[in-house]
Design a protein around this ligand. Structure first.
Ligand code: CUA
Length: 395
């Protein structure tokens, strides 16, 4: 008796502790939709969940009835042997078939409704998977960024998804996915490129977490991203800041802006070739320097006189490399290493010093390790500190 009481107490305590783990913030929850796309998937999921609960209830009630009604009793007669029952067999073939059809109809509807974009209205963003980071290009704006996708809320977005190397999959559970990012280079020349698309409208401003959802190599699990959804003026501000331009006056007619964007968004495949790289086409101009911090100045010098600029671009500078993340406005990013580390000076120094230790398989060379085709950078500790300060000053 005592033992069973102890056991009960232990089980109840363990369950209570387990349930407290359900409290908290889940930035990658797949049951907390914040876009029309995610809502469609969620509605389908909840509908099917209640279907299965209904089936569970019917099965359990029938089972309980059978267990009680037909249990063996001391004076019970021998049960009558039964062989086959046509009615039952028809019933348990037809009923599951009907259930499957009832689930299939809304599922197929959801598949088609999430494939339909609104190319007239939508802003196109290229989402390009790389081992192991994400590139985002805004062909309407000539803007390129990495690992943090900035979007306006309440406006239709068409994400045109592809890959620069192997297969990846774009997945931001609260907004949309999963959609494979397929390598374009595998297609024979002259064959129309087949992109995958996600069409969505984000409900509200916020920061949403995402993750590569297709095994793509050693650091697949470390290939995350953030989506920063702004209100419309916040998004315009971000674009203007990226270009180093003054913010345009608030448009009197948002629809006019949308249609102007749609015109500009006509697909321009030539500009999208990987070789063409970052269409960081806006006129180079000196970015506003975080004036006269000698460490930042020194970092700027080190960055721009080393191999960093062979791969990385920073708008408004001579760094125009197009094979690694574009670092414009890097100081605003909340994460680094594709959503893997918090963006702060300590982590950034760690990353510049030994990126392979953070992310196995990364192409970026470290201070003492080669990476990709690049030799080790041989930066001193002071130089690393200065470069980190410079990058964090890019806001
Ligand atoms: Cu990219 Cu997994």
């Amino acid at each position: 008796m005592r033992l069973s009481r102890t056991l009960t107490a232990t089980v109840v305590t363990a369950l209570a502790l387990l349930l407290t783990a359900c409290e908290g913030d889940y930035p990658q929850s797949s049951i907390d939709p914040r876009s029309d796309f995610a809502q469609t998937i969620h509605t389908l999921y909840v509908d099917i969940f209640w279907w299965t609960m209904g089936i569970l209830a019917v099965v359990w009630i029938a089972m309980a009835y059978i267990l009680i009604r037909f249990r063996d009793r001391p004076d019970a007669p021998e049960p009558k042997p039964v062989h086959g029952h046509l009615g039952l067999e028809i019933a348990w073939t037809i009923v599951p078939a009907l259930i499957v059809v009832a689930i299939a109809i809304p599922t197929i509807q959801a598949v088609f409704s999430t494939q339909q974009g609104d190319p007239e209205e939508a802003m196109v963003v290229d989402v390009i998977g790389h081992q192991y980071w994400w590139e985002f290009r805004y062909p309407d704006h000539g803007v390129t960024t990495a690992n943090e996708l900035h979007l306006p809320s309440g406006r239709p977005i068409s994400l045109r998804i592809w890959s620069a190397d192997v297969m990846h999959s774009f997945w931001v559970p609260m907004l949309g996915g999963k959609r494979d990012a397929n390598p374009l280079r595998l297609r024979p020349e002259g064959v129309d490129q087949k992109y995958n698309w996600i069409h969505l409208t984000a409900d509200e401003a916020g920061v949403f977490w995402g993750q590569c959802a297709e095994f793509c190599g050693a650091s697949h699990a470390l290939m995350g991203m953030r989506v920063v959804v702004h209100d419309d003026s916040g998004f315009q501000q971000w674009i203007s800041d990226w270009k180093g331009e003054p913010v345009p006056a608030a448009p009197a007619d948002a629809a006019a802006v949308a249609s102007a964007d749609a015109e500009a968004s006509l697909v321009r495949p030539a500009a999208l070739q990987i070789e063409a790289g970052a269409e960081a086409a806006s006129v180079p101009q000196e970015p506003a320097l975080a004036a006269a911090d000698p460490l930042v100045e020194r970092g700027r010098e080190v960055f721009h006189s080393n191999t960093c600029i062979a791969c990385h671009a920073i708008n408004g500078t001579n760094a125009q490399g197009a094979i690694a993340p574009n670092l414009t406005l890097f100081g605003r990013r909340v994460s680094l290493g594709a959503g893997w580390l918090e963006n702060n000076p300590d982590n950034l120094r760690r990353w510049i010093t030994a990126p392979h230790e953070v992310k196995p398989g990364v192409l970026m060379p470290g201070v003492a390790q080669a990476g990709g085709n690049w030799p080790a950078t041989n930066l001193t500790e002071d130089q690393v500190e200065a470069v980190a300060a410079y990058l964090l000053s890019l806001k």
